[in-house]
Design a protein around this ligand. Structure first.
Ligand SMILES: [Ca+2]
Length: 342
């Protein structure tokens, strides 16, 4: 599949635009008048661990029914066992990612030249390195055409998440965005860690509670979208765009922002449903479906663009596909570590 087709496929797959990233520089004057003064850092409680587990929280083992019942891809719910593991208590920040880049000279996918051999026939705009960027439109003609608020933006990357003319100066405590699966895996490997599986992520977002009743309400302690997406953001939660990590109360395990702020990459390839014991093995899935699945990854948690009128994916059991090599201004990650517990 060409990069252009992948971009279009990604766009079509965005049923939910719980994403976002760069709305602070794109919001219209009307919303800006009502937006609170921006905070660039929030105070985290003292670190619960030090050494190899610094900044991480222990998530105990347990079993639960993975999934939910709001959207078809959340089914079937099925019993899932997760062993104990350590998890970053926040999304990976710009400062943390910058330390990785400084130490390794790593260049992210969105900063590299586009491979014209693998992606022949691309229009000129897509031949330039970049990322998909959200910007709040003043008006929209229906919600069918998501290009009214999403654009592939040459020059957008983790250093310039809104594209040329934007930067992350003073935003070291914000989650890093515009990273792809390859970028996230490289960071995790450098740290000696991994990306969470979907089951690990969901179990952590449930605060390791198997009996947690599924709630479909918009959460209070998370950076989501209040108002009418995508044109009116009332910022009742304190933020129009991204928030620094740790501005909202943690869950019962001490984990911040699993729900909302940025979507988070997982280690799992996308499947249209949770596989159960009766699902066909991958080699028996029709080739068209298999090809699409192999280019996508499961992402979890929703972002600050999740709104009740458009995307109710601010839930532990919600899930969405993400093109593996396409950076976006609403997408970040956190890491996990398999090691003995405290
Ligand atoms: Ca998140």
């Amino acid at each position: 599949m060409t990069r252009r087709r992948r971009v279009l496929a990604w766009a079509a797959a965005l049923i939910c635009l719980a994403a976002g990233g760069a709305a602070w520089w794109a919001m219209d004057a009307r919303n800006a008048r009502h937006a609170p003064a921006e905070r660039v850092a929030c105070t985290l409680p003292p670190a619960p661990t030090t050494g190899a587990h610094a900044g991480m929280v222990w998530v105990p083992a347990g079993s639960f029914d993975i999934g939910d019942t709001v959207y078809p891809e959340e089914l079937p719910r099925r019993r899932t066992r997760v062993e104990g593991f350590w998890m970053d208590r926040t999304e990976v920040t710009n400062d943390e990612f910058a330390a990785f880049v400084k130490a390794t000279r790593y260049v992210t996918v969105a900063e590299r030249p586009v491979d014209t051999v693998k992606n022949p026939g691309l229009p000129s705009a897509l031949l330039q390195p970049g990322a998909v960027v959200f910007s709040m439109p003043g008006v929209v003609q229906g919600r069918g055409d998501i290009t009214q608020w999403w654009r592939y933006t040459p020059g957008a990357n983790w250093r310039h998440p809104g594209g040329p003319g934007t930067n992350i100066d003073g935003r070291g405590s914000f989650p890093v965005v515009a990273v792809t699966l390859e970028d996230a895996l490289a960071y995790a490997q450098w740290k000696g860690r991994a990306l969470p599986t979907e089951a690990q992520w969901e179990w952590a977002a449930r605060a390791a509670r198997p009996d947690l009743p599924p709630t479909h309400e918009q959460p209070r302690d998370a950076n989501t979208w209040q108002g009418l997406f995508p044109v009116l953001n009332s910022a009742e939660d304190g933020f129009v765009g991204l928030a620094p990590v740790g501005c909202y109360a943690p869950n019962a395990l001490g984990l911040h922002d699993l729900i909302g702020n940025v979507w988070e990459l997982t280690a799992d390839a996308w499947t249209p449903h949770h596989r159960d014991a009766h699902a066909p093995p991958p080699d028996q899935i029709p080739s068209g479906m298999r090809a699409a699945a192999t280019a996508q990854q499961v992402i979890k948690g929703g972002s600050f663009l999740c709104a009740p009128n458009y995307c109710m994916r601010y839930r532990a059991g919600a899930r969405q596909p993400q093109e593996r090599d396409l950076a976006a201004s609403h997408l970040g990650f956190r890491t996990v570590l398999t090691a003995p517990g405290p």
